[in-house]
Design a protein around this ligand. Structure first.
Ligand code: KG4
Ligand code: ZN
Length: 360
């Protein structure tokens, strides 16, 4: 039996600095340093601050991951690093770190597409066979992909403007709830009435599985202003009702568009269907429940990786690098950082880029 490969993964494309060691499907160590506090005053990720923080933290992150896994560089088979897409300063910091390590140790270097890391996570966690339908849904991206092989992804739809996580964050700001907005909206919504405000379900009247979330931000602003005009302010109950109504609208759009994406995918791929999600928004209980019910009704296997593997992390980068390496993929010191790097090179460019920079 061949020994599984052991890779170090490095991720720094957005606002998390991460390193991980993965052997086969075993995560031996996974370290993530978030930067939420550094960007809190600015209402979004500031690229220069992010890049500087990555440069400061990367070495420590790698050291910590190696120590946790109790391994030496001689025990590794390769170094995988996110080479894009993302904020260029952060991606460059990671790529430089990985090149330095590769040059010093002689270990093979593998540049990984961050989105492929997310898209291959269901194989790391659940050994999901190809092909499967994937919904990537976070603060920076939102797209339906059919994963055919480790390096062939077909995009069949996506947002034409904002990513849902971005809309959650903006809605939370409008309601006076803390950032990141997704978890605080979800918490507030628990005591709210999702039917009190009739918010739109954008693009449901159009065929296909493209989505739009920017109108929902305007709609919640109007609903909030309406309550303030009537009552002179927002009570905690108003806040909860607005949060619940917003969450219900995003969930309804994602579930209905997933139904259509499943139809398209099953039309193209006459196999036992399977569907997986990734990205921070995939942590939302209401959205997960809606997708779980949809898949159960359609006899479709549903893979929802644990939260820490849905959000940005380096284990997914190490694992994606491992699949590339097993297929003979290898980079060298000419590896460059790419701010834009669509997974599906043949699909038309997406219009939206998300608050954290162009992702696809
Ligand atoms: O995947 P991620 O960690 O980073 C990228 O955007 O790449 O996703 C972060 C996004 C944020 O916009 C956050 O508000 C959202 O995911 N999020 C959630 C929840 N937890 C995180 N959105 C809805 N419900 C949640 N429970
Ligand atoms: Zn991500």
């Amino acid at each position: 039996m061949t020994q599984p490969l052991t890779l170090l993964g490095i991720e720094s494309s957005c606002d998390d600095t991460a390193a991980a060691i993965v052997r086969g499907r075993d995560i031996l160590a996974s370290v993530v340093y978030g930067q939420t506090a550094l960007h809190a005053d600015f209402g979004g990720v500031v690229p220069e601050i992010a890049a500087r923080a990555h440069a400061e933290k990367l070495d420590h992150c790698v050291e910590e991951a190696m120590a946790k896994a109790n391994l030496r560089f001689a025990d590794l088979d390769g170094i995988a690093v996110t080479a894009g897409p993302g904020l260029i300063g952060g991606v460059l910091s990671g790529v430089m770190c990985a090149k330095g390590l590769s040059a010093a140790t002689g270990l093979p270097l593998i540049g990984v597409n961050h989105l492929a890391g997310h898209a291959l996570t269901p194989r790391l966690t659940d050994d999901l066979p190809f092909p499967y339908l994937m919904l990537l849904v976070s603060g920076g991206h939102c797209q339906f992909l059919i994963a055919h092989t480790h390096d062939r992804f077909e995009r069949i739809g996506g947002t034409i403007d904002d990513a849902p996580g971005e809309a959650f964050d903006k809605a939370a700001r409008l309601l006076g709830l803390p950032q990141p907005g997704g978890p605080s909206i979800e918490k507030s919504a628990k005591t709210g009435d999702p039917k009190r405000f009739d918010l739109p379900r954008p693009l449901l009247n159009r065929p296909g599985c493209d989505m739009s979330f920017s109108g929902l931000k305007t709609a919640i602003l109007r609903a909030r202003d309406g309550v303030v005009a009537d009552q002179g302010g927002l009570t905690q109950q108003d806040q909860a009702d607005l949060a619940a109504s917003f969450q219900a609208a995003v969930s309804a759009v994602l579930v209905e568009k997933t139904r259509r994406a499943l139809d398209i995918y099953q039309g193209l791929e006459p196999v036992t269907p399977s569907f997986a999600i990734a990205g921070g928004v995939a942590a939302n209980g209401t959205i997960r429940a809606g997708l779980t019910a949809l898949c159960a009704a359609r006899d479709t296997a549903f893979v929802a990786p644990p939260l820490q593997l849905c959000t940005d992390n380096a284990a997914m980068i190490a694992y994606a690098g491992m699949e590339q390496m097993a297929a003979g993929g290898r980079d060298d010191l000419t590896l460059s950082a790419r701010p834009r790097w669509p997974l599906d090179q043949t699909a038309a460019p997406l219009l939206g880029s998300g608050k954290k920079g162009a992702k696809a």
